[in-house]
Ligand binder design. Structure first.
Ligand SMILES: C[S@@+](CC[C@H](N)C(=O)[O-])C[C@H]1O[C@@H](n2cnc3c(N)ncnc32)[C@H](O)[C@@H]1O
Length: 288
């Protein structure tokens, strides 16, 4: 019988051969998932073996990964902001890059609650909610916010609602199917969004994990990547309450152009581009 240690080594070799970026991590996650164990369990049981059924199932998982299907779609979940989210091919896989937006929104809510002289709930809208990772993380960390989550994809909204239910915050989030801010009846205090911002040439050149498997609707920002951001900024002028803010995730090469764009839509606002931990432009902040 082949030991888990040997099975892992062979799997790592196969994943490297097809160009996977993190073959060891992927092989360990898939094997641990197959066994219903934590990854650390594998390190403690290198001499164990798989039964026939487990071997067959692991081969299927490995084969999917060899086709460059993302691990998160294969195992069906992904961690974001310390919370587990279900994912499927209808939604973008949550990225660590997006945690900066959530952190900034949480700080915004703490500061605004402290400064507020009126005792009312602030309203926030998450535009393009996808798996619901931003809306749910905000609901978990900011008990005083009322949250609206919008997406054009009904499948994404279904999953976002499910994730909200699993984290027991579904009663705090209103889910809306619609185009950007169009369906908002009243101005909101904070608009947050991780919109599609990849340019079409970049998307064509992206890794197969992205270009073949993640939803185009979640990524495609048009020829220059800015189509959705432009429409969002334009609509936001009418949908942001006095003193409100807008946080939009952007691509690392878009800081300067998005700054100019935001300035043209909001000439009187305080506008900043924030960098992520890698020092790359990542977040547009507009404070009215
Ligand atoms: C980059 S994904 C972000 C998903 C999730 N918020 C996250 O951060 O992982 C963009 C999302 O916007 C949605 N979307 C695209 N165009 C939209 C539009 N015009 N109105 C509303 N949502 C849209 C897509 O369906 C997708 O779920």
């Amino acid at each position: 019988m082949t030991s888990l240690g040997n099975i892992l080594e062979k799997a790592i070799h196969r994943l490297s051969a097809v160009g996977c970026d993190t073959p060891r991590l992927d092989a360990e996650v898939l094997l641990a998932h197959n066994l219903g164990r934590e990854r650390t369990w594998l390190y403690l049981h290198p001499s164990d073996s798989l039964d026939e059924n487990q071997e067959k199932q692991f081969e299927e998982l490995l084969h999917r990964r060899e086709q460059r299907e993302p691990v998160a779609y294969i195992i069906g979940h992904k961690e974001f902001f310390g919370l587990e989210f279900q994912v499927n091919p209808h939604v973008l896989i949550p990225r660590p890059d997006t945690e900066l937006l959530v952190e900034t929104a949480i700080k915004w809510s703490i500061i605004n609650n402290q400064l507020s002289i009126v005792n009312r709930k602030f309203t926030i809208v998450d535009v393009g909610t996808g798996s619901g990772c931003i809306a749910v993380a905000l609901a978990k960390h900011t008990p005083d916010l009322s949250i609206i989550a919008v997406d054009t994809s009904p499948e994404a909204l279904r999953l976002a609602r499910l994730n909200a239910e699993q984290h027991a915050v579904a009663d705090r989030i209103t889910f809306l199917s619609g185009d950007l801010l169009e369906l908002l009846l009243e101005p909101v205090d904070l608009i947050v969004s991780n919109p599609p911002y990849v340019s079409q040439p970049e998307l064509a050149a992206a890794m197969p994990e992205v270009s073949k498997y993640e939803p185009r609707l979640a990524l495609d920002g048009g020829p220059d990547g800015l189509e959705v951001i432009r429409r969002l900024l334009s609509q936001a002028r009418e949908k942001l309450a006095r003193g409100g803010s807008l946080l939009v995730e952007i691509g690392s090469g878009q800081g300067q152009v998005v700054f100019q764009l935001a300035h043209s839509y909001f000439p009187k606002a305080d506008i900043q581009i924030k960098q992520d931990l890698a020092g790359l432009d990542r977040l547009l902040v507009v404070q009215m």
